[in-house]
Design a protein around this ligand. Structure first.
Ligand code: ATP
Ligand code: MG
Length: 414
């Protein structure tokens, strides 16, 4: 009979442990701290939605909807999709929960998202995003606040050196229509040189050709007309306020006139924070304004702007994370001391002291455990200490040892 095989991890998923977990947790904790400084509220939304939520808000022709979604029929016959991103679900929640009454709303969330992509460094099938959105604010100040938040997050993570903010405008509806016509004329003139994918894009969404990574498309994309000549006065003024706000806040940016976001609903501001330290997966944080999204979901026309960042990509850029360290390790020697140590450890933990018990091996192995855990103190308990009602407390950095009564341990360690 064949032996049962141990189960495998699904391709493109991760079991995040040890050093990786410390990096991962540090990104999330820093995001949580910084979003509170900017007065953004945390929300949590479902991991799956009706497939239509993503298909309608992202657009059927996007890579995410056409190739990358994890969609399935549930037992009731409904078509559901594991979220490939947060914005569509947040917009859906805004409508179904009647959050219009709280607008403008500044929201953040984080968690796993799912895309069927070819796994490689910095690219997974289940990955994690942090996400920030402002809904119901048509003013450029909202774009600026989100960008300054992103910039502060990268600074506090210590990774802002070598990460550049690239900024573009996609204009308002009038601008987009005029620019689109100019792009179509340009691409039509070079039809014969475009890749097959770009010929499809030319029919469905010509702007995406600008984004193409295919080398055949690059010269044609690079010589395409910029949006600047087509900006309406309003669209130009909007972009100018965003850049003036960034300058006032001391956030460096670069114009990238080729930057278009892959999704249909983007208007005005589009941006990416990019680095050359992650190879082909160089975009760490990306977003823009999506004033058309909530309308496309059947809601009232509502302004929105936001960004998402890959937690794994941010974590990969971090310096070697410091071991958090703990306050103390209790080292009991002998059966009586071990019995007593159980109570002491429980009391210390209830008093808010982070302690571990070392109960395996000889004295030397137990002290080594205290070092490995980065403990500040070792609390040594033997028969002598039990008789005295006081433990030997050794400071592991200096090696000095003092006697501390059991009752005073918590106060001495805090
Ligand atoms: P890319 O061009 O790398 O595919 P994208 O434009 O699809 O990125 P967005 O939809 O803007 O990415 O998602 C926001 C962020 O999520 C990205 O900037 C990146 O940091 C992260 N991200 C996107 N796809 C993946 C993935 N498959 N694995 C890990 N992180 C990802
Ligand atoms: Mg992608």
């Amino acid at each position: 009979m064949a032996r049962t095989e141990t189960p495998r991890r699904i391709r493109g998923t991760q079991d995040i442990f040890g050093d990786d977990q410390r990096r991962f947790g540090h990104v999330l904790a820093t995001f949580e701290r910084v979003r509170a400084l900017y007065c953004f509220q945390r929300i949590d939304i479902p991991v799956f939605e009706s497939t239509a939520v993503f298909a309608r808000s992202l657009g059927e022709t996007t890579d995410v909807v056409s190739k990358e979604m994890y969609s399935f029929e549930d037992r009731g016959g409904d078509s559901l999709t594991l979220r490939p991103e947060f914005t569509a679900g947040i917009a859906r929640a805004y409508l179904t929960e009647g959050w219009q009454q709280f607008a403008p709303l500044k929201l953040t969330t984080s968690g796993p998202v799912f895309r069927y992509e070819r796994p490689q460094k910095g690219r997974f099938r289940q990955f994690h995003q942090i996400d920030a959105e402002v809904i119901g604010a048509p003013e450029p100040a909202a774009d600026v606040e989100l960008l300054v938040l992103a910039d502060q997050l990268l600074r506090e993570l210590g990774i802002s050196d070598g990460v550049t903010l690239q900024l573009n405008t996609l204009g308002d509806a009038e601008t987009r229509d005029a620019w689109r016509a100019a792009l179509v004329a340009h691409f039509e003139a070079h039809r014969g040189e475009l890749s097959e994918d770009s010929l499809t894009r030319l029919e469905k969404n010509p702007m995406r050709i600008l984004d193409s990574k295919d080398l055949r498309d690059r010269p044609i994309a690079d010589s395409a007309p910029d949006i600047d000549a087509y900006l309406t006065l309003e669209a130009r003024a909007f972009f100018d306020s965003v850049t003036a706000g960034l300058d006032a806040a001391g956030v460096a940016w670069e114009r990238n006139a080729r930057l278009v976001r892959g999704l249909d609903y983007y208007r005005h501001t589009a941006f990416e924070f990019v680095t050359d330290r992650l190879g082909a997966q160089g975009t760490v944080l990306a977003g823009g304004r999506y004033d058309g999204l909530i309308g496309s979901l059947g809601g009232p026309e509502t302004a929105g702007v936001g960004w998402a960042a890959g937690v794994e990509r941010l974590a990969m850029l971090l310096e070697e994370p410091q071991l958090a360290g703990i306050d103390a390790v209790v080292v009991p020697m002998g059966a009586d001391a071990e019995a007593r140590a159980t109570g002491i450890v429980a009391d210390l933990r209830r008093a808010g002291v982070a302690v571990e018990m070392a109960y395996k091996g000889k004295m030397k192995a137990r002290m080594a455990k205290a070092d490995a855990l980065g403990a500040r103190f070792a609390i040594i308990l033997g028969d002598d200490e039990l008789a005295k009602g006081a433990a030997a407390v050794k400071a592991l950095d200096t090696g000095t040892q003092t006697e501390v009564a059991f009752a005073d341990l918590a106060a001495a360690l805090r």
